[in-house]
Design a protein around this ligand. Sequence first.
Ligand SMILES: [Zn+2]
Length: 392
Amino acid sequence: MKIFRLLVSLACVMAFLPAGCTLHRAAPAPAPSLPPAPVNTKPTIALAPSGPLPLGQAPVVSRAGELRGIWLHDPRGVDWPKVMAELHAARLNAIFVKFSTGGAAYYRSDVLPGSFYNGRDEAALCLAAARRYGIQVHAWRVCFQMKDAPAESQQRAVREGRVQLDRSGQPLRPSYHVPVLCPSHDWNRAMEVRAAAELAAKYPFDGVHLDYLRWIDTDPCCCANCRKRFCRDTHSTVASWPRDVMKGGRLAPLYLQWREQILTRLVGEMAAAIRRAGPRTAVSAAVWPELASVRRDRGQNWKAWVDAGYVDFICPMNYATDPTMFAKRLAEERALVNGRVPIYAGIGAYKLSMGNQLRPLVAAAQRGGANGWVLFSYDDQFRTRFLPYLRD
Ligand SMILES: [Zn+2]
């Protein structure tokens, strides 16, 4: 039955592709035209002792029933049994591991062009180690960003007009210095749906965690497809592109609505595909705080995702170092979510210069009614600076 549902969902996705577009279809071996998978040259994450809690310092206090998680950027070469033992000792109970991007997967993927699989199944190893300690594993997907995609694949996306462009026609490369796929393009959205579903189909993750579901710039994407689709979808005539849709332009309000709806619909499609592939898989999203701003600047209306039931929980990236600001953002999020789904507040540990700054932020999350908190992110600095505070 599960296989039948997968086939049906794949047929549905293919039905929405424009003529001439093809997807990488599931196959036992990579397509011969693809370059070989890049070799993993990253060193194994070192696991030196993280040290004792400094004298006179209080540890973070855990609450029963809360999710205490951490994001981990790169699964390649991780010593999973040691990491999970360490997280367990620190009373963390969930890990969000980046297993795929807009152009690459860190497992054997049938969908994404860059597939880092050198005989070591990081997802399986991660899950096996986590299960021993009762730690949840959420597969973190970086949508649209072509991080670690083969160069040929990045160039092809640029050539085919499938990446977000600035006003001068250059590909935007903000976060990872790689091209970012444009959500207006049918092929890109179909790929996102398949890549998200694949995570749930291939592994028994506790959840699939969607990130970067936002337009990459405040200004409109200036790719040709955005102009064409905006005019077609809204029955508008644009005299001056992108001026008409930029801030202050006569079509700006309509444009903002249009680009927001593209993402909202996509989240709905991704969530449905994930749940078909893995009915017990939680769907979640990492979102920006301050909803009005992120709707206006990035087309990310996460409240609509919550209201429509697309996501099972959200992780707002409340990366304020000031506990008062952190609490203010959380209070707004709680009011907007209104108890529909749990909120696991993201804490930007990377922004903190001292380990003892962590406790007031966790306390603010707990006092503010968050259902849990997630730290960004797992690295050696985190281990030496913050881990001692998590051993209560
Ligand atoms: Zn575009």
